[in-house]
Write a protein that binds this ligand. Structure first.
Ligand code: 5AD
Ligand code: SF4
Length: 457
């Protein structure tokens, strides 16, 4: 670190201004959290924060490869950096994240993108300071990818985006091998952090003013199974709720096959746990679910939703759905539409199936034609919109606690979220940011509310 710091200082003196860096995130919440670690390290070695690539002396893209589009986007952005580097020859460009765990991607970058100076993957992010030093001092390309790891490195410096909320990794990797998904190949096998390490981090965050935490993992419901002394996710949640100062606890993502009744019980009992569950269904057809290797049926999923709603009738339920998985017929797709109506989602992330090389689904016959996929996608959006708008309006007229997160584009307004994860915009001053205040939800505008606050004297 010290040597890196000296080098950054010297390079700044040479350039005639203090150096600035930007870390750009693609993809999921796990990547967003990793980027906070990258920013923490960049700050430690002396980089200031740049607002854009144009302003930066160091650019790092933390990439995602879950769908083909994400990859294409990164290539596009790299293309633009070529002209930046012409203007600023001292510009250093780095790539990391899931895309880099794919051999053919690294090969393509090696061949076609000389603009890139440093490449590392998901398993050796903690080596960023050393790799950065090598890239800065050698001025030659540094590429280090690990195939996998069983290590979890604690206590990396972190630069948090929000002072009042934070993600906390509880596990890394995934063992589920859904047949369409590349994540198990690029993120490796499931590894859980020790509960004491997680609780220690959360206590420090609470001392630092954090009120809301989001426990992160590809499949939080199987947390703790591989620990020397196994701890269930339900037990971990209970312990997390005991941490003073933390007011809200969220988590992501839950796999329906592993969601236990004990977890439903803890969610219903613990007031700090937010009334929101993200429960990806992927498809409403049991036949397609089997081909996806999801290991539940439509009936099992709906049964689970029924048990959850019995305990927490007003819970917000959200999901992920893939349209156009190989072999999906019109009838299978109609099963998805009817499931959307039956489950009553507050919102859904909908995706066009994207073929990922190396996954079993990529080799399946009956890939669905593009135009059929797009047509189904539009119909799905419509169905989601209808049910979601109806469901989201259920709190109209009620006063609910809002964690205020940011200033709104609309002058004089701020925005925040209720426990159920719905957004509320209301007139208020920026000094409310980071506090939880009661707000009356006056009007529902589809997916969000406009509210008002009784001024307290
Ligand atoms: N094509 C389309 N969507 C995908 N997802 C994962 N892999 C693919 C793919 N190959 C979606 C799933 C998952 C979400 C994070 O991304 O719905 O839940
Ligand atoms: Fe991918 Fe399935 Fe693992 Fe989620 S649970 S990361 S969809 S393999």
């Amino acid at each position: 670190m010290e040597r890196c710091r000296r080098l950054v200082r010297e390079m700044g003196e040479e350039a005639g201004h203090p150096l600035k860096a930007i870390a750009v995130t693609f993809g999921c919440q796990m990547n967003a959290r990793d980027s906070e670690k990258l920013r923490g390290i960049l700050r430690e070695v002396g980089y200031g924060e740049a607002e854009s690539e144009e302003e930066a002396d160091f650019v790092i893209y933390n990439t995602c490869t879950v769908r083909e589009n994400a990859n294409l986007h990164v290539y596009g952005r790299l293309g633009k950096l070529v002209s930046e580097k012409r203007k600023k020859p001292h510009l250093v460009v780095a790539l990391c994240g899931c895309m880099m765990q794919e051999e053919q991607v690294v090969e393509k970058i090696r061949r076609s993108f000389p603009v890139v100076d440093l490449i590392f993957g998901t398993h050796n992010l903690f080596r960023f300071p050393e790799l950065l030093l090598m890239a800065l001092s050698g001025r030659k390309r540094v590429i280090e990818i690990w195939e996998g790891t069983d290590r979890i490195v604690e206590d990396l410096p972190v630069e948090r985006k929000y002072p009042f909320k934070s993600g906390v990794n509880i596990m890394f990797g995934c063992n589920n091998f859904c047949s369409y998904c590349i994540v198990p190949y690029v993120r490796g096998r499931e590894r859980s952090r020790e509960p004491e390490a997680i609780l220690g981090e959360i206590r420090r965050l609470a001392d630092d003013g954090v009120k809301e935490i989001m426990l992160l993992g590809q499949n939080v419901n199987s947390y703790g199974k591989t620990l020397a002394e196994p701890v269930s996710f339900a037990e971990l949640l209970k312990m997390v709720c005991r941490v003073d100062g933390i007011e809200r606890v969220r988590f992501m993502t839950s796999h329906p096959k592993d969601l236990s009744d004990a977890l439903i019980e803890v969610m219903a009992e613990e007031e700090k746990i937010c009334r929101h569950l993200h429960l990806p269904v992927q498809s409403g057809s049991s036949r397609i679910l089997a081909a996806m290797n999801r290991r539940y049926t439509r009936e099992k999923y709906l049964g689970l939703v029924g048990r959850i709603r019995e305990k927490m009738p007003d819970l917000s339920l959200t999901t992920d759905i893939i349209v156009g998985f190989p072999g999906e017929t019109e009838e299978d797709f109609r099963d998805t539409l009817s499931l959307v109506r039956e489950a009553g989602y507050d919102s859904a992330f909908t995706f066009l199936y994207s073929k990922r090389t190396g996954t079993p689904a990529a080799k399946m016959e009956d890939q669905v034609p593009e135009e059929v996929m797009h047509e189904r996608f539009e119909r799905l959006l419509e169905a989601v919109k209808e049910t979601a708008e109806e469901r989201c309006s259920r709190f109209t007229g009620r006063t609910m606690d809002v964690l205020v997160e940011e200033v709104n584009k609309e002058p004089g307004y701020v925005s925040g979220r209720i426990s159920h994860n719905l957004t509320v915009h209301f007139p208020g001053s920026p000094d409310l940011i980071g506090s939880v205040v009661p707000v009356k939800l006056d009007t529902c505008k589809g997916f969000y509310y406009i509210g008002s606050r009784k001024e307290t004297v």
